[in-house]
Design a protein around this ligand. Structure first.
Ligand SMILES: C[S@@+](CC[C@H](N)C(=O)[O-])C[C@H]1O[C@@H](n2cnc3c(N)ncnc32)[C@H](O)[C@@H]1O
Length: 304
């Protein structure tokens, strides 16, 4: 097959390309060596998730060997100063899984950052402090409820940030947060913009949906903001191309559209790719409308 399943042009030669192809083979065939500045992805976790076509259960050793093969394929395409963001979640009964995966990938790459994707969090009013002016304790986001006397609800996953030498320069303030206490700003040289590094805990809840089959027709997604923050953190001006070898219903494709970044994604399942293409197109319309409405009014358009 020599045509992508879908191609969504973004302008200036950039596009979102979605290939219905096995990831390792696709990376080798479709992405030239050293041209992916960011790889951001979430592989199957081998936890028996009911995907439409992929069988998500095999012996652990076999699965980890396959992860090693995926890492080798990423090694083949990642740029010398590239970032490889790998999202993996454990489960209460299998808490080692993310670490086993990270260890295997770490045989080829340096683990530069460990990011905690927090899906749900409770914030007590007292610990938020007076500046937050909370009226009550908060419990935010969605989690998978678990009936157990032994285990806590799983409310986070990992995003392992790998690079070749552990020294990729990041644009930390691109996803920075305002200082809570402005008097601190003067104390820190980097505080000039009134913003500080967000740190490695990222609270990104799933949006609330009503009908799963219609609103999120995939059993294991991340929200588009997750890959979006990874792209921005790497630094948009240094991204010629981003890649997601396991693109699912296209959260990372949506992020690429928002960030105006050339993108290639792979998945085995054409139905997931159909949804991914639809979401990328919808995001392109939203993003270009937003850009048009925030563009400064020119003399010609003002007098028209
Ligand atoms: C964890 S999901 C990714 C979901 C995606 N991040 C999203 O938000 O929609 C993993 C995806 O990998 C796909 N997949 C499994 N094995 C694959 C392979 N060898 N090559 C390409 N895609 C594969 C599955 O169909 C599934 O959609």
């Amino acid at each position: 097959m020599d045509r992508p399943y879908a191609r969504v042009p973004l302008g200036r030669g950039r596009a979102v390309e979605l290939w219905c192809e096995e990831a390792v083979a696709g990376l080798g065939r479709r992405v030239a060596a050293g041209t992916a500045d960011v790889v951001v992805t979430s592989p199957p976790y081998n936890r028996g998730v009911p995907y439409r076509s992929y069988e998500d259960r095999r012996p652990r050793a076999q699965y980890l060997d396959w992860i090693g093969t995926v890492a080798a394929a990423v090694d083949g395409v990642l740029a010398p100063d590239g970032s490889f963001f790998l999202n993996v979640g454990g489960s209460p009964t299998d808490p080692w899984l993310p670490f086993d995966v990270a260890r295997r990938v770490g045989e080829r790459f340096v683990l530069q950052n460990v990011i905690h994707w927090v899906k749900s969090i409770a914030i007590d009013r007292a610990s938020a402090g007076r500046a937050a002016a909370l009226e009550r304790d908060l419990a935010l986001g969605h989690y998978k409820p678990l009936v157990s006397a032994r285990y806590l609800h799983g409310a986070h996953e990992y995003v392992f940030h790998f690079s070749r030498r552990g020294d990729v320069r990041l644009d930390r303030l691109a996803i920075g947060v305002p200082y809570q206490d402005p008097s601190n700003v003067r104390r820190w040289r980097t505080g000039a913009a009134g913003r500080r590094c967000r740190g490695n805990t990222w609270f990104l809840p799933y949006s609330t949906i009503r009908v799963r089959a219609r609103d999120r027709p995939h059993p294991a997604t991340f929200p588009p903001e997750l890959p979006e923050w990874c792209l921005r953190l790497h630094g948009l001006s240094r991204i010629r191309r981003a890649v997601d070898p396991f693109v699912g219903i296209g959260a990372s494709a949506v992020a690429a559209v928002r960030c105006d970044v050339d993108f290639v994604g792979f998945d085995l399942d054409p139905e997931y790719l159909r949804v991914a293409a639809e979401r990328a197109r919808a995001e392109r319309s939203t993003t270009s409308r937003r850009r048009r409405s925030s563009a400064p009014t020119t003399r010609a358009s003002a007098s028209a």
